[in-house]
Design a protein around this ligand. Structure first.
Ligand SMILES: [Cu+2]
Length: 316
């Protein structure tokens, strides 16, 4: 789901409510102005003098003057009320709750790297583009950028927040309904900006804990000759220059961590469904799907590609 109209966190709720008030009051003001304009245009028809100008009585003139001043005062009052309301919304969004889950989110050209913080470094995990969070627990997303300015925006959960190189900003939300919420880079960051999506998967605490525990495990060892060959292809082709698979010698952090890549629903930041055909196509020629992406084309024998993908599919 990707909709600002269906808030699924208290933070998104206050933002959406503010928006509806602004829409309602703004709409009412517009309607009143249009009606007043039409009324004014009709009311004094036929009262023009020989000079073509409108001549109104002293009392009508004063009534008009009072209306204009009154409208000005009402406008100022409405704007001040919205200013106060807006501050209170900002205040509500800036609350720093306890026992939050903290996730470091780094924007890259053009994908999202997510590291789950833990006081015990061996329990930290890194994943990409799909962020699991527990329902009902506050989540702090710390935002950084590895290159240019990106924008974090998951409309169901909160407003937008920029990722600025050299600066850490943060956003809070507490998902109150389980579901998969789509997010999108909201700050133009290059050619594939539109293909820089992410998913927040909010799930009940027990399910989340199980996911977290599974994510902390190293990649399963290959169990048959095909997947063993696939692992060799991965380690001897150039893949390990950029990717990590925990439990193997591949430890690079240029591209997404692939330790549990098979458990993701999509690859390349929401660009392709995660299935065999797309994995093959992506590995052979990523540029065909995301021109300009920092992953190069690969040349390998069909048998090598088959084995490599068979291996990647075991990385649940
Ligand atoms: Cu971006």
């Amino acid at each position: 789901m990707h909709s600002f109209f269906h808030p699924t966190s208290p933070q998104a709720h206050v933002v959406t409510t503010l928006w509806w008030w602004m829409f309602g009051v703004g709409g009412a003001v517009w309607l009143i102005v249009v009606i007043a304009m039409l009324y004014a245009a009709r009311a004094h028809r036929g009262e023009r003098g020989d000079d073509g100008l409108l001549h109104v009585s002293e009392s009508t003139y004063h009534a008009m003057e009072r209306t204009v001043i009154g409208a000005g005062v009402v406008t100022v009052v409405i704007l001040l009320a919205f200013l106060a309301y807006d501050f209170s919304v900002g205040e509500a969004l800036a609350q720093h709750p306890d026992r939050a889950l903290t996730i470091d989110l780094t924007g890259h050209q053009w994908w999202w790297e997510a590291t789950y913080e833990d006081p015990d470094p061996s329990k930290r995990i890194t994943t990409a583009n799909e962020i699991h969070v527990p329902v009902g627990r506050p989540v702090q997303i710390k935002l950084r950028s590895a290159d240019v300015i990106h924008g974090f925006w998951v409309p169901n959960l909160n407003g937008k927040r920029d990722l600025i190189p050299g600066y850490v900003s943060s956003q809070w939300f507490t998902a109150d309904t389980a579901g998969t919420y789509r997010g999108q880079c909201a700050e133009f960051c290059g050619l594939q900006h539109a293909n820089m999506a992410l998913y927040i998967i909010a799930e009940p605490a027990a399910k989340f804990d199980a996911w977290l525990a599974a994510s902390r495990t190293t990649a399963p060892l290959p169990t048959n000759s095909a997947t063993r060959f696939g692992e060799q292809v991965f380690l001897t082709a150039n893949c390990a220059v950029c990717h990590s698979i925990a439990g193997t010698p591949a430890m690079a952090t240029v591209g997404p961590n692939l330790t549990h890549v098979a458990s993701r629903r999509s690859i390349a930041a929401g660009t392709l469904a995660n299935n065999r055909a797309n994995l093959m196509g992506w590995i052979v020629d990523p540029q065909a799907f995301k021109p300009g992406t920092l992953m190069p084309k690969s040349t390998m024998q069909p048998a090598e590609l088959q084995a490599l993908v068979a291996y990647l599919e075991t990385l649940k």
